[in-house]
Design a protein around this ligand. Sequence first.
Ligand SMILES: Cc1cc2nc3c(=O)[nH]c(=O)nc-3n(C[C@H](O)[C@H](O)[C@H](O)COP(=O)(O)O)c2cc1C
Length: 382
Amino acid sequence: MAIPKLFEPLTIRGVTMKNRVCVAPMHQYASDHGFATDWHLMNVGRFAAGGAGLTFVESTKCDRRGCGTVGDLALWDDKFIPGVKKLADFIKSHDSVAAIQIGHSGRKAKRFRPWEGGAPLTENPGVDQAYWDSWELVAPSAEPASPTDPTPRALTNQEVKDLVEMWGQSARRANECGFDVFEIHGAHGYMIHQFLSPMANLRNDEYGGSEENRMRFCSEIVESVRAHWPDDKPLFLRLSCEDRAGWDLDASVRLSKQVKALGVDVIDCSGGGMQGSPTEFAPSYGYQVPYSDKIRREADIMTMAVGLIVHAEQAEEILQKGQADIIALAREILYNPNWPMDAARKLGFEGHLETVPSQQAYWLGRRDATATEVVPSTYGRG
Ligand SMILES: Cc1cc2nc3c(=O)[nH]c(=O)nc-3n(C[C@H](O)[C@H](O)[C@H](O)COP(=O)(O)O)c2cc1C
């Protein structure tokens, strides 16, 4: 039988993914003053060992001020490199490509964790006072994320340029950590998206006003990252391709064309976040796949589809139809970290046991050989 498209390798620049399954970036809110903890290692470890071709480390911050919560992971200083490098090393030791997303929350920074309610933090929740004091809410403009949120301070023109360089420095550090894919987080109502949005960006310098000006911050970050990120390593950009708040899919196509020329290889097609949560507005299967489809065709760039991609056949169909090049999973791979093995088996790919380490593959192979009436729990009882 032909190899399912989901399990065909994919080479971008000098990096080859063994399959098209990606573990999407997922905040853990589990750092200690920005430093990676055992939780991070366990978390990326279970996904990399679960067989994904590409495993992302969560949105890691390029600036202290950009932390969404007290537990955000940091790469704004060289002192964070050893802890984050351990994550890349472990992912790679399981034959998964190690990827990191770098972000900045802008006006959505400084909040309680989602399961603590997500409201703005007004008092030090117990970190070092200096760490707390360095956490200033900044944004393109002095516009709060919602009428009940605190008002950020508008960045000066020089501070915007400094931030562009901070992104570049985080790319240098990510390379020193050993990551092979770097993603710029331009989505979900965070800093880059705030610059893109006519609702959040009311600046009157070269970073605000016209669409061209609002795209400038993002494009300069791409250039800065490319200056510090090796030519043979892929660069991804995550966009909220449609935010229902003034930024739409056609603008995303125009931006995709622009950044492609500057060295972005893949657009990671997400949505929302300018008003409310990005994951709660569209509860149907593959709700963001149309974004990926259009950007791939019209901007002639590789894309990653994400958002309620749950089943193996669903993922395979998206690839077969040419709607995306990579399939990213977040909540479903939380449910089943061995999703790649499960999907391979369901798609009839004989190499399904090769997706997991020998410590597991051996015993699962023995079970298949000896208990031939038995099917895995994800099939329902045979
Ligand atoms: C626990 C959790 C943490 C997340 N953290 C991030 C993040 O760090 N960066 C990001 O761009 N998206 C983040 N997301 C969004 C996911 O990457 C993904 O786009 C979204 O959950 C939709 O995919 P799904 O339906 O497969 O969950 C997070 C989602 C979850 C569930």
